[in-house]
Design a protein around this ligand. Structure first.
Ligand SMILES: [Zn+2]
Length: 316
């Protein structure tokens, strides 16, 4: 058993040691190693919803993979909380054939299709890496941010972990001392959403993050882009289409109402006709010639009916 406690002042109360309570063996599995053999800080994503908990990840590794404990050393939640889950003196299971040489840090979430970690996650990850590189002499082979690699960047790995957006946020972990990355990246992502209504593509985001334009200049450039004007044109078109549909629906309702009225009137006329027929029948039975008035009444009623059904064309 090996138990290395850590004190990382930069992380404050965002550092939580749950090695004692998380499911599985955090102190022996899968074997104890020398810290001087650690060469890389391997960054992973959980490729799962960002609401997944440390216990859920540990249980998955234990039950589905048949492991003795969680595969990582650290997890970082979306609020930036760093969970210490596997003792750094143990080689765990997160990078094929290189577990002896890595400290595995997993950011909870799925960072594909333009999604990137929260700024809190990136900030905490930077602070954790900074601590190991600069303030932890026993890790004698971890001496620069060049040691911070995505899982897929390590030798011999066939994985997309930590997601296809990794190149765009690696800089936020490794170059934090340079005032740029974090806030600027977050601001640019917001500008994308506000002006273009979408997440940034990786290439575009990286170009803006590393480019010389101020955020204000980026906003102006996006507002003047063809993509933005196409979006506005589309929005206008959809408004006009919607008002056309509304007006058609109103017309349809009015036509329906007219049809109902028409049908009611027709029923009334039919009743009148059938009453008249009955009167004629009675007259015939009484062997009396139909009274002129009755005939005139029938003609009048029919004429009214046809006028109603086929109203005279109005002169425009
Ligand atoms: Zn990974």
């Amino acid at each position: 058993m090996s138990k290395i406690d850590l004190n990382i002042p930069d992380l404050g109360n965002k550092f939580i040691d749950i090695r004692d309570t998380i499911p599985g063996d955090s102190f022996n599995w899968s074997w104890v190693r020398l810290l001087s053999g650690v060469k890389y800080l391997a960054i992973h994503h959980s490729a799962s919803p960002d609401t997944q908990t440390p216990d859920e990840i540990a249980n998955y590794h234990i039950k589905n993979n048949g492991w003795g404990g969680i595969g990582y050393h650290f997890l970082i939640g979306k609020d930036g909380t760093v969970y210490y889950v596997g003792d750094i003196s143990t080689a765990r299971a997160n990078v094929a054939n290189l577990n002896e040489q890595v400290i595995g840090i997993c950011l909870i979430g799925n960072f594909t299709s333009g999604r990137i970690p929260t700024s809190e996650q990136l900030d905490s990850c930077h602070k954790l890496c900074y601590f190991f590189i600069n303030n932890y002499p026993d890790l004698s082979n971890l001496i620069s941010f060049d040691s911070v690699l995505g899982h897929k960047d390590l030798p011999g790995q066939s994985t997309i972990c930590p997601g296809d957006s990794w190149p765009s946020w690696r800089v936020a972990i490794t170059q934090r001392s340079n005032p740029l990355p974090l806030d600027r990246a977050a601001q640019i992502i917001q500008v994308y959403k506000a002006v273009l209504g979408r997440d940034p593509d990786i290439g575009g985001l990286q170009t803006y993050i590393n480019g010389p334009m101020s955020v204000d200049q980026i906003i102006i450039s996006m507002v003047n882009s063809k993509e933005h004007s196409d979006l506005i044109a589309l929005a206008k078109e959809s408004t006009s289409l919607r008002s056309q549909v509304d007006s058609l629906q109103t017309s349809l309702a009015s036509v329906n109402q007219q049809l109902i009225t028409l049908s009611e009137n027709l029923q009334e006329r039919e009743k009148e006709i059938s009453d008249l027929k009955a009167t004629i029948l009675q007259s015939n039975q009484a062997n009396i010639a139909p009274h002129t008035d009755t005939t005139l009444t029938i003609i009048g009623a029919l004429s009214n009916l046809y006028t109603f059904i086929f109203p005279p064309q109005k002169a425009e």
